[in-house]
Design a protein around this ligand. Structure first.
Ligand SMILES: Nc1ncnc2c1ncn2[C@@H]1O[C@H](COP(=O)(O)OP(=O)(O)OP(=O)(O)O)[C@@H](O)[C@H]1O
Ligand SMILES: [Mg+2]
Length: 259
């Protein structure tokens, strides 16, 4: 079943329309990258997809149900969001943060079951954050913090994962660790992933499909090889873009050419 379906949706903020008539699906087992210039609406689309922002027209369906019809608890069991790491409560401990992922499952006394504890342990193992468990978020590096936020999202055991630029400000090793994990989650565990990425080369290498947002609309959608062309990217980013092939992997290498 389609995990997430954005169906002819138009959304934005009061007095500021951002995206018009977007139709986009995320299937189990795939990574879909949202790309586009600053202000194109990547974060806004993720907000709409998580139910935080209601479309003015069109619908957003999660596993076939309209997102607005789900309770917060049910929504959190189906969709997990990894926000940008910049905004975290610094005094929180890592284990405590990962446990927040289980909020939607706790009983009325708020006690954690063995299943909750196992989900938290598993999420920390997958993200290699066990060693950090009693550290405070404010004392971690940006990359470590990002991994903790992913652990919290994984503990939710949702089938659909939304991430907003999880590799921003990370070094090459952390960037690779996170993107490898995201690929595993989709391709081995069958999650559906929608991820906003700035870096077009990362999107080309790690996404099964890319969705290009620009000038208020979805301008391209498909496998990187087909959707990322010099022409569409030059127009979307308003700068001449060149694409070469990496001779060893065949994946595109994209960069802005000087005018
Ligand atoms: N809370 C808000 N209220 C009003 N306008 C907003 C709000 N958040 C974002 N916007 C506007 O909506 C548009 C899309 O912003 P959004 O943050 O979705 O872009 P983005 O593609 O994520 O950009 P970036 O690459 O810089 O993260 C921008 O014009 C922005 O100024
Ligand atoms: Mg953004």
């Amino acid at each position: 079943m389609t995990l997430l379906r954005i169906d002819s949706a138009t959304f934005g903020y009061p007095g500021r329309p951002v995206l018009k008539d977007v139709t986009l699906e995320v299937q189990p087992g795939e990574v879909v990258a949202l790309i586009g210039p600053n202000g194109a609406g990547k974060s806004t689309l993720l907000r709409a997809a998580s139910g935080m922002l209601r479309p003015s027209t069109g619908r957003i369906l999660v596993e076939g149900d309209e997102i607005a019809s789900l309770t917060c608890r049910e929504r959190a069991r189906r969709i997990a969001v990894v926000p940008q790491a910049a905004h975290v409560p610094e005094a929180f401990e890592v284990l405590e943060t990962a446990r927040l992922g289980r909020t939607a499952y706790l009983g009325w006394l708020g006690r954690e079951s063995e299943e909750d504890e196992a989900a938290v342990r598993d999420a920390m193992r997958r993200t290699q954050t066990q060693g950090l468990e009693s550290r405070r978020l404010g004392e971690l590096s940006g990359g470590e913090r990002q991994l903790v936020l992913i652990a919290r999202a994984l503990a939710q055991k949702a089938r659909c994962l939304l991430l907003d630029e999880p590799t921003a400000h990370l070094d090459l090793r952390h960037e690779t660790t996170i993107l490898k994990l995201i690929n595993q989650l989709a391709h081995e565990d069958g999650l559906g992933v929608l991820i906003a990425l700035h870096d077009l080369n990362l999107a080309a290498r790690h996404a099964d499909r890319v969705a290009l947002l620009a000038r208020g609309r979805l301008r391209g959608l498909g496998p990187p090889d087909q959707a990322l062309t010099e022409e569409t990217l030059s127009e979307a980013y308003d700068v001449p873009v060149k694409i070469f092939r990496d001779p060893s992997t065949g994946s595109p290498v994209i960069f802005a050419a000087s005018r």
